[in-house]
Design a protein around this ligand. Structure first.
Ligand code: AQP
Length: 345
């Protein structure tokens, strides 16, 4: 976050982001999002992190599995370093103003804007007729999550950039249509070596929780042997590693492993290549596996411990929801006033 960013908006800096409780947290979610969430919390900014359960049901979720994944994601947040005393942690459905503001934004965003969203095209696939209306309108609810908190900064992976641009368009259109300066125009925070972690099986596809191949990703719940096996079997090419980042051009799988290594080790891809340039993958992969295990195993162990006390997780989420409602409800009420709704209560 730069001084210029905050100077552009009259709103005090406030960070918001969220993750869907679908399947299990994977390394891309961790490096592209959660690790940044923790850094921003530790930088002392006001931080609000959501488990976006309403987003999750835009595609079918078994109710019991949704509950499990929601608690596991809360455990993943906390095990990764988010502190419920310093960050607001809650699940989206428990702050109803988000969905209510989402409806207002359904009436602000244009069909043409949503039709251009590449994530909808990817997730709906060829059979768009069968996709839920929620999947199509997903970016409007995401805009509502962010703007219901008057968030100014949103840490996300590269894949969410287009949705963030849409959020900005919605904020600007709302402010312009109603002649107000009410919603901040939030800045995406997409930084670091791992803003787009790719599949371990195909360096041109994003690592994803819902990829049918478990070998394509590292889950935060994977044990050390599984992590080592997945890295050992990760797709590579026969060439040794190049000595600088220019040499990664056209080598998607090599670039991906170098970026993962850099992000896990808190250094730059250039520094990784300065050490490993000219070495074969047979030398690089065992080091990467050891690094991944060292960084992820404590998180996995803490997640397991936290999942042993579901009542405590629910208590933390309940407290977070109360704080989230206290922020979003007044913003929704002011929005209703601006739009012209009569308040009867
Ligand atoms: N591969 C990735 N590299 C970097 N960042 C990533 N993110 C997701 N995958 C990567 C970031 O994680 C945050 C939460 O994502 P989400 O769960 O809301 O949805 P998603 O982007 O669709 O993530 P997945 O893992 O691909 O989930 P499924 O398979 O359920 O759709 C976002 O900030 C995202 O950028």
């Amino acid at each position: 976050m730069t001084d210029t960013d905050t100077a552009r908006t009259p709103h005090p800096p406030r960070v918001f982001s969220g993750i869907q409780p679908t399947n299990r947290l994977q390394l891309g979610n961790y490096l592209g999002a959660v690790k940044r969430f923790v850094e921003m919390q530790n930088a002392g900014v006001e931080t609000i992190y959501c488990i976006v359960d309403l987003h999750a049901i835009t595609v079918w979720q078994e109710p019991e599995e949704l509950r499990r994944a929601t608690r596991e994601l809360a455990a993943g947040y906390i095990a990764s370093g988010l502190d419920p005393a310093r960050s607001i942690l809650f699940n989206q459905s428990q702050s109803p103003a988000h969905a209510q503001l989402g409806w207002i934004f359904n009436c602000v965003a244009r069909m043409g804007w949503l039709s251009r969203m590449t994530q909808f095209k990817d997730k709906a696939g060829r059979n768009r007729e069968a996709a839920s209306v929620g999947l199509f309108a997903y970016p409007n609810l995401m805009a509502a999550d962010i703007l219901a908190c008057h968030a100014t900064h949103v840490p996300v992976g590269e894949d969410q950039k287009q949705h963030l641009e849409l959020t900005r368009d919605i904020a600007v259109k709302f402010n312009t249509d109603y002649g107000v300066d009410f919603f901040p125009v939030p800045e995406p925070v997409i930084e670091g070596a791992a803003t787009r972690v790719m599949s371990l099986r195909d360096g041109t596809r994003k690592m994803s929780k819902s990829d049918p191949s478990d070998m394509s990703r590292i889950n935060l719940t994977d044990d050390a042997d599984t992590i080592a096996r997945k890295i050992r079997k990760a797709k590579t090419d026969p060439e040794p590693l190049p000595s600088d980042t220019a040499g990664l051009e056209g080598r998607a799988e090599a670039r991906n492993l170098v970026n993962i290594c850099a992000a896990l080790g808190d250094r730059s891809p250039a520094e990784v290549l300065a050490e490993f340039g000219g070495r074969p993958f047979s030398a690089f992969k065992p080091m990467l596996a050891d690094l991944a295990i060292a960084r992820l195993s404590p998180i996995t162990a803490e997640m397991t411990r936290l999942m042993g006390d579901v009542a405590e997780i629910d208590r933390i989420l309940g407290e977070g929801a109360e704080k989230a409602r206290a922020i979003a409800q007044p913003i929704l009420e002011q929005t209703y006033d601006i739009v012209g709704m009569i308040r009867s209560g």
